[in-house]
Design a binder for this molecule. Structure first.
Ligand code: PDD
Length: 282
C-alpha cells in the first residue's frame, strides 16, 4: 500500500476525510497535480509557486514553508518508489462547523498528498485524439487552481460520452482552454494560445511549451482566438501535466489541418520529450 502525506507527516494511506472539512463541503481549497518521471517531480518549483499564488488569491495561509512542502513531496515519491506517475496534493482551508464565511484563525489548513503510478501517454501523443466543443460556464477566476471543478467534470463527461479525449471550452465565440488542459493552435507556422488572465489556468505545461518554442524559434502569440479560427487552424494541441502534449485531429467531427499530427506539434513533442529525458538523467 502506498503512503500519503497528511499535514507534514508521511503515513499509511487512509480515508481520513472529516465531514466538516471545507474542501468536502465547499470545495474551499486548492490543489496541484505534478508529473513524476524517472522518480523525479517535473517542474516542481513552478507547481509550488502556483500553489502559493492560488493560496494567496483565496486568502488561505499555507501552514508550511515551500521548502517543507517541497521536501515532503520529494520524500513521498521516494517512499512510494514511484518511477512514473503523478503527485496529487491539496490544501483545504480546514475543518470547522459549517458556515459559509471563513472560520477565522482557529482552524489550520489540511494538507494531503498522494502518488499514483501512471504510464506516459506516448501512443496518444503520436496518434492524436479528438475533442468536442463545450460552452465555458465556469466562474471568472479560472486562474486559481481551486477544488471547485464541477463545470470541468461536466465538460469532460461530455467529451467521454462522445469518445473524445477533451472538451475545448469557449465563452461565446472565444476559445479559452479545455476541461483539464490548455489549448494551442498553429496558424502558418506560429502558435496562438489564450493569454494567461482570469479566464484560464496558466498551465505549467503551457509555460514549458512557450519556453521550448523560444529555443525552437517558433513564434508564440498569447492572444485569444475564436471557435472559427480554431476549426480552421493548421494544427491544434492541448497541454497538461502528465498527458503532456496531445495533438487534436478532430473537433466535433470536423477534421483539423492536413497532416495529423502536424509538423510543428511533432517538433514541440520531441523537444518536450528531451526535456523529460534530461530530468530522468539528472
Ligand atoms: N489539470 N487548465 C485546466 C482547467 C486544468 O485543470 C489543467 C490541469 C490545465 C493544465 O495545467 P498544467 O499544465 O499545470 O497541468 C489547464 C490537472 C492536470 C488536473 O486537474 O488533473
Amino acid at each position: 500500500m502506498t503512503k500519503m502525506i497528511f499535514n507534514d507527516q508521511i503515513m499509511e494511506r487512509e480515508n481520513i476525510v472529516d465531514i466538516e472539512d471545507r474542501a468536502y463541503q465547499f470545495g474551499d481549497g486548492i490543489y496541484e497535480v505534478i508529473g513524476v518521471y524517472g522518480g523525479k517531480p517535473f517542474l516542481l518549483d513552478e507547481h509550488m509557486e502556483r500553489l502559493q499564488r492560488s493560496a494567496k488569491e483565496i486568502q488561505l495561509s499555507l501552514p508550511y514553508t515551500m521548502e517543507q512542502l517541497r521536501r515532503n513531496l520529494v520524500q513521498l515519491v521516494k517512499t512510494n518508489e514511484l518511477d512514473e506517475g503523478i503527485i496529487y496534493m491539496q490544501v483545504s482551508r480546514g475543518v470547522s462547523s459549517r458556515e459559509h464565511y471563513f472560520p477565522g484563525n482557529s482552524i489550520t489548513p489540511v494538507t494531503i498528498a498522494y502518488t499514483r503510478a501512471e504510464e506516459r501517454m506516448s501512443a496518444t501523443e503520436d496518434a492524436g485524439a479528438t475533442a468536442v466543443l463545450v460552452e465555458d460556464i465556469r466562474w471568472l477566476r479560472c486562474d486559481i487552481k481551486t477544488l471547485n471543478l464541477l463545470p470541468n467534470t461536466l465538460a469532460k463527461q461530455k467529451a467521454v460520452e462522445n469518445n473524445a479525449i477533451e472538451a475545448i471550452l469557449h465563452r461565446g465565440d472565444t476559445v479559452t482552454e479545455a476541461s483539464a488542459s490548455n489549448v494551442f493552435i498553429v496558424k502558418e507556422g506560429e502558435l496562438f494560445t489564450h493569454p494567461a488572465n482570469n479566464y484560464i489556468l496558466n498551465g505549467i505545461t503551457r509555460r514549458k511549451v512557450i519556453q521550448l518554442c523560444e529555443s525552437l524559434g517558433i513564434q508564440v502569440h498569447e492572444e485569444a482566438f475564436t471557435v472559427k479560427t480554431l476549426l480552421q487552424a493548421d494544427e491544434v494541441f492541448v497541454t497538461a501535466t502528465k498527458s503532456d502534449i496531445i495533438p487534436i485531429l478532430k473537433i466535433d467531427n470536423q477534421s483539423i489541418g492536413q497532416e495529423s499530427p502536424g509538423k510543428i506539434t511533432r517538433k514541440i513533442i520531441q523537444s518536450f520529450r528531451s526535456a523529460i529525458r534530461e530530468l530522468e538523467k539528472s
